[in-house]
Design a protein around this ligand. Structure first.
Ligand code: NOJ
Length: 767
């Protein structure tokens, strides 16, 4: 029936797309610095020498500037014309940015420009797939290019600092902010973190058209108890060093200019005032030299969190711990206002204050704000309209999609054989949910819905029939987050009638595409959830449409595992929240003009009761059966970490090592032949996992230590090479409280998911 197997066209389109986006420079270009380190420091120190305590406090303060909420912005406006302000966040209107910058530069005593910050998580105007989707591409170069586009648009409106990437480890999908992460694995999150920093910043902080990256939330926020957002975190040193810190190390090594401290308690001490975390680990061990900002309100919250007795103590403890800048909740008075008093009473070392101010000023100098504080407002429209941005967004959406099921090769559909298609579901024509969370109307984002994308791709000859099907239920508790996405109020829908209509449309059509999942306001900050069921009556809608016997394709908009109750739908394509070009990309994938090749960045567990259940666990003293941990159902995930199908099959053979043993500190080469066994071109993510047999500490059953996404023509074979050395084989041991590389045996596994079974072994031994 509608199965298209000649995919030369898809391959050509793919190659055209991958080479399209060449005008955004990537970080392989040589680094270029305009100012020497010494010069930057001297400039900062010269300013600090002239500053009053009030002016120093002002530089350490970051106010929300929300439009239009004039009352809440009063403190920021007052400061701009007198002491100046360190940073403003959330203003992205270029005219307003210039106006505020003029106030700072012309009216404040020392003429210090403002650093503007914003949450540019997956695009500003042109929206890319959410970060968990970008991670699912397993394509760091693509991710770098995506964030380079985001940087260009952001810099154009006058913002120079993004609070991204989110490098929290997403091991508990109940936690809503998993959508902003790169998933459960420290190696993958590190690769994505590095790529995002390079994309935002380019080769050096201050590169034209780029912005400062602010990796967050340092550290451990993803491990909140029960996956409940904002709850405390208890993590062992081993967890922190082996799992939660490595992505930040990768981001720092890539040159990240700022870091955001988390706001929850880490082992009883809120991260914003955790000296071990912010000074011993971040500065001394990880070597970070940039600006450490707080999360929203988290200095004031040190009082709420039972750490500090009052705001003065809060600011003293945060600064002494190593924090530089306070992000103040909208409309709140900053704790930083207590700084002059704390300096006068000798409660805080003046050198620490000056160091914090220096970090702020150095960022401003590096970003070129003193030389070029203003932007060309007229250029913004041209930058937003650059067709390359949309092309990049489409490519990212295509490459992030994960094909979970494709029974009977239902996909791709053959556009020449389809006469009619039913497109059903609450997200099928929803711009808001195509864009996903952390997308703000003020930046005029646009999106092609899947319905619109299919319509454009199929043309007038194919009867396309749309039904919303059902509505999303309201949240039981509205999100208390200041930045949570607000969903539009709409006319009520008679769901009984609409489900009947959807079934009728499916009956009349050759196939049905159902776009299901979780609404944008059900995920992200304040979006934790204790169920993985489809919200509302979506399951009923799905079952009813599947009951027609027509071929059914589910397209998921989600960022956590969704429990589809063993649906008989033949195909499932997870598109996350795919962004501006989501519908175009979706149509390309469904119709075979693009080939799915993404892989899951988390284990698709069966239900929230299984959380957390990531692949990289220690082997238990009762290892078998590994899936039999619960008596009532399998404890294995529905889909393992790293899993994803293509429109073809891949075979792995000839796994070989360039030596059988090596000494500590040496490297070993690993090669494998990958063959496209099918009749169409496709993508595979070749993954390498290791397992250390014994040593100073027990190590996980498997650990990802290498991956490469490749495109292979039908019948073609390629040799893929990896290399393992000290960086991959060492770990932090709780037995020695330090890094070790053991002399021991290793198994390694290579394949298309964390369940790969092609195996080889080697020894690290005294030579
Ligand atoms: C709170 C969030 O935790 C953080 O990630 C974000 O950057 C700030 N709000 C600012 O929006």
């Amino acid at each position: 029936m509608m199965v298209c197997r000649s995919k030369a066209k898809a391959l050509i389109a793919f190659f055209a797309a991958t080479t399209l986006f060449t005008s955004v420079a990537t970080a392989s270009e040589p680094a270029r610095h305009d100012s020497s380190e010494k010069n930057i420091r001297e400039r900062a120190d010269a300013l600090i020498a002239q500053m009053t305590p009030d002016e120093k406090a002002a530089q350490l303060t970051q106010f929300f500037y929300l439009q239009p909420v004039p009352a809440a912005n009063k403190a920021a406006l007052d400061a701009l014309g007198s002491t100046g302000v360190g940073s403003l966040l959330f203003v992205t209107d270029p005219v307003e940015v210039n106006r505020l910058q003029h106030m700072a530069v012309e009216k404040s005593r020392l003429h210090i420009p403002v650093l503007f910050g914003f949450d540019v998580i997956h695009g500003l105007h042109t929206i890319f797939p959410v970060p968990i989707g970008l991670a699912a591409s397993w394509d760091p170069k693509l991710v770098e290019q995506s964030q380079a586009v985001a940087a260009r648009e952001t810099r154009a409106v006058g913002v120079q600092w993004t609070f991204a990437p989110n490098l929290d480890i997403g091991r508990d999908p109940r936690w809503g902010r998993i959508v902003e992460t790169a998933g459960e694995d420290p190696y993958l999150v590190s690769a994505m973190g590095r790529a995002q920093v390079l994309g935002f910043q380019g080769n050096y902080l201050g590169q034209p058209g780029r912005i400062m990256a602010g990796p967050k939330h340092f550290a451990g926020y993803g491990a909140s108890l029960g996956g409940r957002d904002w709850d405390e975190v208890q993590l062992s040193d081993s967890d922190l060093w082996n799992v939660h810190f490595p992505p930040f190390k990768a981001a720092i090594d890539a040159g990240a200019g700022a870091i955001m401290a988390a706001y929850m308690h880490l082992n009883g001490v809120p991260a914003a005032a955790n000296r071990w975390l912010l000074t011993d680990v971040l500065r001394k061990s990880l070597g970070f030299e940039g600006l450490v900002g707080s999360d929203s309100g988290s200095v004031n919250k040190l009082v709420v969190q039972n750490l500090a007795a009052d705001k003065k103590e809060a600011v003293v403890r945060a600064l002494v711990a190593g924090l530089d800048m306070e992000m103040v909740d909208p409309g709140q008075a900053p704790s930083m206002a207590q700084l002059p008093g704390a300096l006068a009473s000798g409660d805080i070392p003046p050198d620490r204050v000056d160091e914090a101010v220096r970090h702020v000023l150095e960022a401003k100098i590096r970003l070129g704000l003193f030389e070029n504080p203003y932007i060309d407002e007229k250029a913004v429209g041209r930058v937003f309209a650059d067709p390359q941005h949309r092309a990049a967004a489409r490519l990212a959406a295509e490459r992030s999609a994960v094909l979970l099921k494709n029974e009977g090769n239902l996909l791709p559909l053959d556009p020449h054989r389809i006469r009619s298609l039913a497109v059903i579901g609450p997200f099928a024509d929803s711009v808001r949910d195509t864009l996903g969370p952390w997308v703000f109307d003020q930046n005029k984002p646009e999106a092609v819905t899947l319905f619109a994308g299919l319509k454009a791709a199929l043309g007038p000859k194919v009867a396309l029939r749309y039904s919303e099907g059902v509505r999303m239920p309201k949240r039981l508790f509205p999100s208390p987050s200041a930045t949570a996405d607000k969903m539009p109020d709409r006319q009520p829908l008679d769901e009984d009638q609409e489900i009947k209509r959807a079934v009728e449309l499916a009956h009349q059509s050759d196939a049905a595409v159902l776009v299901l999942g979780e609404a944008t306001n059900m995920i992200s900050e304040g979006g934790s959830r204790s169920s993985f069921d489809l919200p509302g009556r979506q399951q009923e809608l799905l079952d009813a449409v599947v009951g027609t016997g027509k071929p059914v394709i589910i397209v998921l908009y989600s960022a956590r595992p969704i429990d589809l109750k063993g649906t008989r739908a033949a195909a499932i394509l997870d598109m996350w929240y795919p962004g501006t070009e989501g519908g175009t990309a979706g149509a390309n994938l469904l119709l075979g003009n693009a080939v799915p090749g993404g892989k899951l960045p988390f284990s698709w567990i069966r239900s929230p009761a299984h959380a957390p259940n990531y692949y990289g666990q220690l082997i238990s003293h009762k290892p078998q059966p590994v899936q039999g941990r619960y008596w009532n159902e399998s404890s294995a995930p529905n889909y393992p970490f790293g899993f994803g199908l293509s429109y073809t099959d891949f075979g792995y053979s000839n796994l070989r090592l360039d030596r059988a043993s090596m000494a500590v500190g040496e490297r070993i080469g690993v090669s494998v032949d990958v063959t496209n066994k099918g009749r169409v071109a496709g993508d595979e993510v070749v993954q390498l996992y290791i397992h250390q047999r014994h040593g100073t500490s027990a190590r996980p059953v498997r650990e990802l230590k290498g991956f490469q996404r490749i495109t292979l023509g039908a019948g073609k074979t390629r040799t893929v090479n990896f290399s393992l050395g000290p960086d991959e084989l060492r770990y932090w041991s709780d037995a020695t409280k330090g890094w070790v590389q053991d002399e021991t045996g290793f198994d390694l596994f290579v394949g298309g998911s964390s369940a790969a079974d092609l195996k080889a072994s080697f020894e690290v031994a005294r030579q």
